[in-house]
Design a protein around this ligand. Structure first.
Ligand code: TXA
Ligand code: MG
Length: 317
Protein backbone atom coordinates (compact mmCIF):
# COMPACT_ATOMS: atom_id res chain seq x y z
CA UNK A 1 0.00 0.00 0.00
CA UNK A 2 1.24 3.50 -0.71
CA UNK A 3 1.41 5.98 2.18
CA UNK A 4 1.81 3.33 4.86
CA UNK A 5 1.36 4.92 8.29
CA UNK A 6 2.87 3.43 11.42
CA UNK A 7 -0.18 2.81 13.62
CA UNK A 8 0.56 3.23 17.34
CA UNK A 9 -1.44 1.22 19.86
CA UNK A 10 -2.59 3.09 22.97
CA UNK A 11 -4.27 2.04 26.23
CA UNK A 12 -5.76 4.11 29.04
CA UNK A 13 -2.23 4.43 30.48
CA UNK A 14 -0.92 6.54 27.57
CA UNK A 15 -4.14 8.10 26.30
CA UNK A 16 -2.40 11.53 26.62
CA UNK A 17 -0.18 10.61 23.68
CA UNK A 18 -3.23 9.66 21.62
CA UNK A 19 -4.83 13.04 22.40
CA UNK A 20 -1.61 14.74 21.32
CA UNK A 21 -1.93 13.09 17.90
CA UNK A 22 -5.44 14.57 17.58
CA UNK A 23 -4.01 18.02 18.33
CA UNK A 24 -1.39 17.45 15.64
CA UNK A 25 -4.16 16.78 13.10
CA UNK A 26 -3.85 13.00 12.97
CA UNK A 27 -6.51 10.26 12.98
CA UNK A 28 -6.94 8.01 16.05
CA UNK A 29 -9.52 5.25 16.55
CA UNK A 30 -11.12 5.04 19.99
CA UNK A 31 -13.68 2.87 21.79
CA UNK A 32 -17.18 4.08 22.69
CA UNK A 33 -20.20 2.30 24.20
CA UNK A 34 -21.68 1.74 20.70
CA UNK A 35 -18.87 0.93 18.25
CA UNK A 36 -15.27 2.12 17.80
CA UNK A 37 -14.96 5.60 16.25
CA UNK A 38 -12.35 6.93 13.83
CA UNK A 39 -11.55 10.33 15.30
CA UNK A 40 -9.95 13.59 14.19
CA UNK A 41 -10.21 17.22 15.26
CA UNK A 42 -13.64 18.44 14.09
CA UNK A 43 -12.30 21.91 13.31
CA UNK A 44 -9.26 20.83 11.29
CA UNK A 45 -10.10 20.33 7.59
CA UNK A 46 -6.90 18.50 6.74
CA UNK A 47 -7.42 16.08 9.65
CA UNK A 48 -11.00 15.46 8.49
CA UNK A 49 -9.84 14.65 4.96
CA UNK A 50 -7.58 11.96 6.45
CA UNK A 51 -10.64 10.21 7.96
CA UNK A 52 -12.34 10.03 4.57
CA UNK A 53 -9.29 8.61 2.83
CA UNK A 54 -8.48 6.14 5.64
CA UNK A 55 -11.93 4.57 5.52
CA UNK A 56 -12.58 5.18 1.80
CA UNK A 57 -15.79 6.98 2.68
CA UNK A 58 -17.82 8.95 0.11
CA UNK A 59 -17.32 12.71 0.70
CA UNK A 60 -21.04 13.45 0.96
CA UNK A 61 -21.57 11.14 3.95
CA UNK A 62 -21.34 13.42 7.02
CA UNK A 63 -19.59 12.65 10.32
CA UNK A 64 -20.82 12.75 13.91
CA UNK A 65 -19.01 15.25 16.16
CA UNK A 66 -18.27 13.81 19.60
CA UNK A 67 -18.21 16.10 22.64
CA UNK A 68 -17.30 15.58 26.30
CA UNK A 69 -19.42 18.39 27.76
CA UNK A 70 -22.71 20.02 26.83
CA UNK A 71 -21.16 23.51 26.53
CA UNK A 72 -19.50 22.31 23.31
CA UNK A 73 -22.97 21.90 21.73
CA UNK A 74 -23.45 25.69 21.82
CA UNK A 75 -20.08 26.21 20.19
CA UNK A 76 -20.90 23.87 17.31
CA UNK A 77 -24.62 24.44 16.72
CA UNK A 78 -27.80 26.44 17.32
CA UNK A 79 -29.44 24.49 20.12
CA UNK A 80 -33.25 24.23 20.55
CA UNK A 81 -35.73 23.08 23.22
CA UNK A 82 -36.04 19.50 21.96
CA UNK A 83 -32.24 19.25 22.00
CA UNK A 84 -32.10 20.43 25.60
CA UNK A 85 -34.72 17.85 26.58
CA UNK A 86 -32.99 14.94 24.82
CA UNK A 87 -29.56 15.94 26.13
CA UNK A 88 -30.75 16.07 29.73
CA UNK A 89 -32.50 12.70 29.41
CA UNK A 90 -30.08 10.64 27.30
CA UNK A 91 -26.56 12.12 27.43
CA UNK A 92 -23.99 10.85 27.82
CA UNK A 93 -25.35 7.98 25.71
CA UNK A 94 -26.04 6.36 22.35
CA UNK A 95 -28.03 9.28 20.95
CA UNK A 96 -26.88 11.64 18.18
CA UNK A 97 -28.80 14.88 17.60
CA UNK A 98 -28.81 16.94 14.41
CA UNK A 99 -28.94 20.73 14.73
CA UNK A 100 -28.22 23.76 12.49
CA UNK A 101 -24.44 24.13 12.35
CA UNK A 102 -22.34 27.17 13.24
CA UNK A 103 -19.48 28.42 11.04
CA UNK A 104 -16.83 26.74 13.17
CA UNK A 105 -17.88 23.33 11.74
CA UNK A 106 -16.29 22.77 8.31
CA UNK A 107 -18.52 21.57 5.47
CA UNK A 108 -16.20 18.59 5.05
CA UNK A 109 -17.55 17.32 8.41
CA UNK A 110 -21.20 17.79 7.42
CA UNK A 111 -20.92 16.56 3.83
CA UNK A 112 -21.86 20.05 2.65
CA UNK A 113 -25.02 20.22 4.82
CA UNK A 114 -26.05 23.21 6.95
CA UNK A 115 -26.65 20.83 9.87
CA UNK A 116 -24.29 19.01 12.21
CA UNK A 117 -24.65 15.69 14.07
CA UNK A 118 -23.46 15.73 17.71
CA UNK A 119 -23.16 13.06 20.40
CA UNK A 120 -21.66 12.63 23.87
CA UNK A 121 -20.62 8.99 24.33
CA UNK A 122 -21.28 7.18 27.60
CA UNK A 123 -17.77 5.80 27.85
CA UNK A 124 -15.14 6.84 30.39
CA UNK A 125 -12.12 6.40 28.12
CA UNK A 126 -13.80 8.15 25.17
CA UNK A 127 -14.80 11.14 27.33
CA UNK A 128 -11.29 11.40 28.77
CA UNK A 129 -9.80 11.23 25.28
CA UNK A 130 -12.08 14.02 23.95
CA UNK A 131 -11.37 16.18 27.01
CA UNK A 132 -7.60 15.70 26.71
CA UNK A 133 -7.73 16.46 22.98
CA UNK A 134 -9.29 19.78 23.96
CA UNK A 135 -11.42 19.88 20.80
CA UNK A 136 -14.64 18.17 19.63
CA UNK A 137 -13.79 14.96 17.74
CA UNK A 138 -15.46 14.10 14.43
CA UNK A 139 -15.72 10.34 14.08
CA UNK A 140 -17.46 7.85 11.85
CA UNK A 141 -17.44 4.19 12.80
CA UNK A 142 -13.91 2.73 12.61
CA UNK A 143 -14.32 0.36 9.66
CA UNK A 144 -13.58 0.46 5.96
CA UNK A 145 -16.66 1.95 4.30
CA UNK A 146 -19.33 -0.70 3.67
CA UNK A 147 -17.88 -3.24 6.15
CA UNK A 148 -19.49 -4.13 9.49
CA UNK A 149 -18.69 -1.55 12.18
CA UNK A 150 -15.88 -2.46 14.59
CA UNK A 151 -16.81 -3.74 18.03
CA UNK A 152 -13.32 -4.75 19.13
CA UNK A 153 -9.72 -3.59 18.87
CA UNK A 154 -9.04 -6.54 16.52
CA UNK A 155 -11.74 -5.35 14.07
CA UNK A 156 -10.24 -1.86 13.96
CA UNK A 157 -6.75 -3.27 13.50
CA UNK A 158 -7.88 -5.57 10.69
CA UNK A 159 -9.43 -2.71 8.70
CA UNK A 160 -7.19 0.24 9.53
CA UNK A 161 -3.69 -0.81 10.61
CA UNK A 162 -1.25 1.11 8.42
CA UNK A 163 -3.90 3.67 7.43
CA UNK A 164 -4.22 5.75 10.64
CA UNK A 165 -1.87 7.13 13.31
CA UNK A 166 -3.28 5.35 16.35
CA UNK A 167 -5.80 3.00 17.92
CA UNK A 168 -6.87 3.22 21.56
CA UNK A 169 -7.51 -0.27 22.89
CA UNK A 170 -10.61 -0.55 25.07
CA UNK A 171 -13.10 -3.10 26.28
CA UNK A 172 -15.93 -4.53 24.16
CA UNK A 173 -18.61 -1.88 23.53
CA UNK A 174 -21.63 -2.56 25.75
CA UNK A 175 -24.17 -1.81 23.00
CA UNK A 176 -22.47 -2.97 19.80
CA UNK A 177 -24.72 -1.07 17.37
CA UNK A 178 -24.37 2.60 16.49
CA UNK A 179 -26.18 5.49 18.14
CA UNK A 180 -29.74 6.53 17.31
CA UNK A 181 -29.64 9.59 15.02
CA UNK A 182 -32.44 12.15 15.54
CA UNK A 183 -32.94 15.14 13.25
CA UNK A 184 -34.12 18.08 15.37
CA UNK A 185 -34.13 20.56 12.49
CA UNK A 186 -37.41 19.21 11.07
CA UNK A 187 -40.99 19.45 12.26
CA UNK A 188 -41.79 16.84 13.48
CA UNK A 189 -38.35 15.60 14.56
CA UNK A 190 -37.28 12.43 12.75
CA UNK A 191 -35.47 9.31 13.88
CA UNK A 192 -33.12 8.86 10.91
CA UNK A 193 -31.22 5.84 12.20
CA UNK A 194 -32.49 3.55 14.97
CA UNK A 195 -29.79 2.66 17.50
CA UNK A 196 -28.91 2.38 21.15
CA UNK A 197 -31.81 4.53 22.40
CA UNK A 198 -35.09 2.97 21.29
CA UNK A 199 -37.83 4.70 19.30
CA UNK A 200 -40.21 3.89 22.19
CA UNK A 201 -37.95 5.74 24.68
CA UNK A 202 -37.61 8.71 22.34
CA UNK A 203 -41.41 8.92 21.89
CA UNK A 204 -41.87 9.09 25.64
CA UNK A 205 -39.74 12.21 25.62
CA UNK A 206 -40.80 13.81 22.31
CA UNK A 207 -44.27 12.35 21.51
CA UNK A 208 -44.42 13.87 18.00
CA UNK A 209 -41.19 12.22 16.80
CA UNK A 210 -41.57 10.12 13.63
CA UNK A 211 -39.56 7.23 12.26
CA UNK A 212 -38.00 8.22 8.95
CA UNK A 213 -38.57 5.52 6.36
CA UNK A 214 -35.59 6.26 4.17
CA UNK A 215 -35.31 5.24 0.56
CA UNK A 216 -32.50 6.09 -1.81
CA UNK A 217 -34.38 9.02 -3.35
CA UNK A 218 -35.78 10.56 -0.18
CA UNK A 219 -32.37 10.72 1.42
CA UNK A 220 -32.35 12.60 4.70
CA UNK A 221 -29.30 11.04 6.24
CA UNK A 222 -26.82 10.66 3.39
CA UNK A 223 -25.30 7.57 4.98
CA UNK A 224 -28.55 5.70 4.48
CA UNK A 225 -28.20 5.45 0.73
CA UNK A 226 -24.98 3.43 0.82
CA UNK A 227 -24.62 -0.32 1.26
CA UNK A 228 -23.58 -0.99 4.82
CA UNK A 229 -22.47 -3.43 7.46
CA UNK A 230 -21.76 -6.15 4.91
CA UNK A 231 -19.65 -9.19 5.56
CA UNK A 232 -18.07 -10.80 2.49
CA UNK A 233 -20.61 -13.62 2.84
CA UNK A 234 -23.94 -13.09 1.09
CA UNK A 235 -26.57 -12.27 3.72
CA UNK A 236 -30.04 -13.66 3.00
CA UNK A 237 -32.87 -12.43 5.19
CA UNK A 238 -36.03 -14.49 5.77
CA UNK A 239 -39.02 -12.46 6.89
CA UNK A 240 -40.71 -13.52 10.14
CA UNK A 241 -43.58 -15.36 8.41
CA UNK A 242 -41.39 -17.29 5.98
CA UNK A 243 -42.03 -20.59 7.82
CA UNK A 244 -39.45 -23.39 7.66
CA UNK A 245 -37.85 -22.10 4.46
CA UNK A 246 -34.58 -21.17 6.14
CA UNK A 247 -33.64 -24.83 6.93
CA UNK A 248 -34.61 -26.02 3.46
CA UNK A 249 -32.64 -23.18 1.90
CA UNK A 250 -29.58 -24.04 4.01
CA UNK A 251 -29.74 -27.74 3.05
CA UNK A 252 -29.98 -26.86 -0.61
CA UNK A 253 -26.94 -24.60 -0.43
CA UNK A 254 -25.07 -27.34 1.46
CA UNK A 255 -25.89 -29.84 -1.29
CA UNK A 256 -24.38 -27.39 -3.76
CA UNK A 257 -21.19 -27.45 -1.68
CA UNK A 258 -21.64 -23.96 -0.24
CA UNK A 259 -20.47 -23.03 3.25
CA UNK A 260 -23.51 -21.78 5.14
CA UNK A 261 -24.14 -20.31 8.58
CA UNK A 262 -27.53 -19.62 10.13
CA UNK A 263 -27.46 -16.70 12.55
CA UNK A 264 -30.25 -16.76 15.11
CA UNK A 265 -31.31 -13.30 16.20
CA UNK A 266 -32.89 -12.41 19.51
CA UNK A 267 -34.51 -9.16 20.49
CA UNK A 268 -32.06 -8.22 23.23
CA UNK A 269 -28.89 -6.22 23.89
CA UNK A 270 -26.72 -9.33 23.88
CA UNK A 271 -27.66 -9.98 20.26
CA UNK A 272 -27.00 -6.33 19.36
CA UNK A 273 -23.59 -6.52 21.01
CA UNK A 274 -22.58 -9.61 19.02
CA UNK A 275 -24.07 -8.95 15.57
CA UNK A 276 -21.09 -7.28 13.86
CA UNK A 277 -18.67 -9.75 15.47
CA UNK A 278 -20.73 -12.65 14.07
CA UNK A 279 -20.50 -11.08 10.60
CA UNK A 280 -16.75 -10.61 10.83
CA UNK A 281 -16.15 -14.07 12.34
CA UNK A 282 -18.14 -15.59 9.47
CA UNK A 283 -15.70 -13.98 7.04
CA UNK A 284 -12.71 -15.36 8.94
CA UNK A 285 -14.26 -18.85 8.70
CA UNK A 286 -14.83 -18.50 4.97
CA UNK A 287 -18.62 -18.65 5.26
CA UNK A 288 -20.24 -17.96 1.87
CA UNK A 289 -23.89 -17.56 2.89
CA UNK A 290 -25.35 -16.21 6.12
CA UNK A 291 -29.05 -16.98 6.58
CA UNK A 292 -31.00 -14.90 9.09
CA UNK A 293 -34.61 -15.01 10.21
CA UNK A 294 -36.17 -11.65 11.00
CA UNK A 295 -37.29 -10.74 14.53
CA UNK A 296 -39.91 -8.19 15.58
CA UNK A 297 -38.83 -4.58 15.27
CA UNK A 298 -39.63 -3.32 18.75
CA UNK A 299 -37.11 -1.73 21.13
CA UNK A 300 -33.52 -2.80 20.26
CA UNK A 301 -35.04 -5.14 17.63
CA UNK A 302 -35.62 -2.11 15.38
CA UNK A 303 -31.89 -1.26 15.33
CA UNK A 304 -30.85 -4.91 14.93
CA UNK A 305 -33.20 -5.39 11.96
CA UNK A 306 -32.14 -2.05 10.41
CA UNK A 307 -28.53 -3.28 10.26
CA UNK A 308 -29.50 -6.74 9.01
CA UNK A 309 -31.70 -5.30 6.24
CA UNK A 310 -28.84 -3.09 5.08
CA UNK A 311 -26.41 -6.00 5.11
CA UNK A 312 -28.82 -8.29 3.24
CA UNK A 313 -28.41 -8.84 -0.48
CA UNK A 314 -31.63 -10.87 -0.75
CA UNK A 315 -34.92 -10.90 1.20
CA UNK A 316 -37.25 -13.91 1.20
CA UNK A 317 -40.89 -13.57 2.19
O1 TXA B 1 -22.54 5.22 17.57
C1 TXA B 1 -22.19 5.96 16.64
O2 TXA B 1 -22.93 6.82 16.19
C2 TXA B 1 -20.77 5.76 16.07
C3 TXA B 1 -19.79 6.09 17.19
C4 TXA B 1 -18.37 6.11 16.70
O3 TXA B 1 -20.14 7.30 17.78
N1 TXA B 1 -20.57 6.58 14.93
C5 TXA B 1 -21.15 6.32 13.72
O4 TXA B 1 -20.79 7.18 12.69
O5 TXA B 1 -21.94 5.41 13.54
P1 TXA B 1 -21.12 6.89 11.17
O6 TXA B 1 -20.37 7.94 10.44
O7 TXA B 1 -20.81 5.49 10.83
O8 TXA B 1 -22.64 7.19 11.01
C6 TXA B 1 -23.12 8.53 11.08
C7 TXA B 1 -24.52 8.59 10.56
C8 TXA B 1 -24.55 8.43 9.05
O9 TXA B 1 -25.69 7.66 8.70
C9 TXA B 1 -24.66 9.88 8.57
O10 TXA B 1 -25.28 9.98 7.31
C10 TXA B 1 -25.51 10.50 9.67
O11 TXA B 1 -25.05 9.90 10.86
N2 TXA B 1 -25.31 11.96 9.74
C11 TXA B 1 -24.22 12.64 10.17
N3 TXA B 1 -24.38 13.96 10.06
C12 TXA B 1 -25.63 14.15 9.56
C13 TXA B 1 -26.40 15.30 9.22
N4 TXA B 1 -25.93 16.53 9.38
N5 TXA B 1 -27.64 15.10 8.72
C14 TXA B 1 -28.14 13.85 8.56
N6 TXA B 1 -27.46 12.72 8.88
C15 TXA B 1 -26.22 12.86 9.37
MG1 MG C 1 -20.66 3.66 9.93
Amino acid sequence: MSNYINTKIFTKENIHDAAKLIQEGEVVAFPTETVYGLGASATNKLAISKIFSAKQRPQDNPLIVHVSNTAQVDVLSHINENAKTLISKFWPGPLTIILPKKDIVPYSVTGGLETVAIRMPNHKLALEFITLSDVPIAAPSANISGRPSSTSFEHVYEDLNGRISGIIKGDTPSIGLESSVVDLTTNPPLLLRPGGISFEELKQTIPEIKLHKGSADTVKSPGMKYKHYSPRAKVILFEENSGKKIQEYASKLNEDGKIVQIIKLENNINCAQNLFKLFRDADLKGIEYILIKAINEEHIGLAIMNRVRKAASKIIN
